[in-house]
Design a protein around this ligand. Structure first.
Ligand code: DQA
Length: 192
C-alpha cells in the first residue's frame, strides 16, 4: 500500500487549518476519488432513487411534497460541497438498473443513501446487491411509511441498513447525508 505525503484540512478550535502529514491511501479511497472526481480523500456518497421518484413534485404532492427530484439532487450536491463530500445521484424505475448501479459502486463509495421506492417492500435482489458490495447503507423515505398502508411497513433492507430516515419529505435526504458523513468518518477512523 503506497504511503503519500498529503496536506490535510483539519478542524481545530472551531477553525479549519491545513496540516501536512504522511498517510496511507487505500485502494478504496483512490478508486472513490477517481470514480467521483474527488480529491484529498473526500467522502464519496452515492444516492439512489427508485421507481416513480422521477415524478416527484407532480406525484401525490400531498404525500411526497412539491419538491422535484432535480431540486433534491441539486441540494444534496450543494450540501455535499459544504460538508466536503462528493455526492453522485442516480434514479431508475427498474430493479435491474438499481442492482447494476449498486454493483458498480463496489469499492468506490463510502456510504450509500437509497430510497428504493416501492421496491423497498418487495426486492430481495436490491437487498442482496447491498449485502454483496459491503457498503454502509442509509434507507431514506420521504413519507413516514408507518403512517401509511400496512404493505408499506415491511422493508427488505431495514435490518441490513445502518439506519433509516423517513417522514421529513425532501429533508429526509439532507438529514441522511449528514448522517452519512458521521458513518464514513467513524469507519475511516476504525480502519486507521
Ligand atoms: C417511498 C415510500 C414507498 O412506499 C413508495 O412506494 C414510494 C416512496 C417514500 O419515499 O416515502 O415510492 O419510498
Amino acid at each position: 500500500m503506497p504511503t503519500l505525503a498529503v496536506a490535510l484540512r483539519v478542524r481545530f478550535n472551531e477553525k479549519w487549518e491545513w496540516c501536512g502529514m504522511a498517510t496511507r491511501i487505500t485502494a478504496r479511497q483512490k478508486a472513490g476519488e477517481a470514480a467521483l472526481g474527488g480529491s484529498g480523500g473526500s467522502i464519496a456518497v452515492l444516492v439512489i432513487h427508485g421507481p416513480n421518484l422521477n415524478l416527484l413534485g407532480e406525484r401525490e404532492p400531498e404525500v411526497y411534497g412539491r419538491t422535484r427530484l432535480a431540486d433534491i439532487d441539486n441540494e444534496l450536491k450543494r450540501l455535499g460541497r459544504e460538508l466536503e463530500m462528493k455526492v453522485e445521484t442516480f434514479q431508475s424505475n427498474s430493479e435491474g438498473g438499481i442492482v447494476d448501479r449498486i454493483q458498480k459502486a463496489r469499492g468506490k463509495c463510502d456510504v450509500l443513501l437509497i430510497n428504493p421506492g416501492a421496491y423497498t417492500h418487495t426486492s430481495v435482489a436490491i437487498r442482496d446487491a447491498i449485502v454483496a458490495v459491503s457498503i454502509p447503507v442509509i434507507e431514506v423515505h420521504l413519507s413516514n411509511v408507518y403512517r401509511r398502508e400496512p404493505f408499506r411497513h415491511h422493508s427488505t433492507i431495514a435490518d441490513i441498513a445502518h439506519g433509516r430516515i423517513m417522514g421529513f419529505g425532501a429533508e429526509s435526504y439532507s438529514l441522511a447525508l449528514r448522517a452519512a458523513r458521521t458513518i464514513a468518518e467513524e469507519s475511516r477512523r476504525r480502519s486507521g
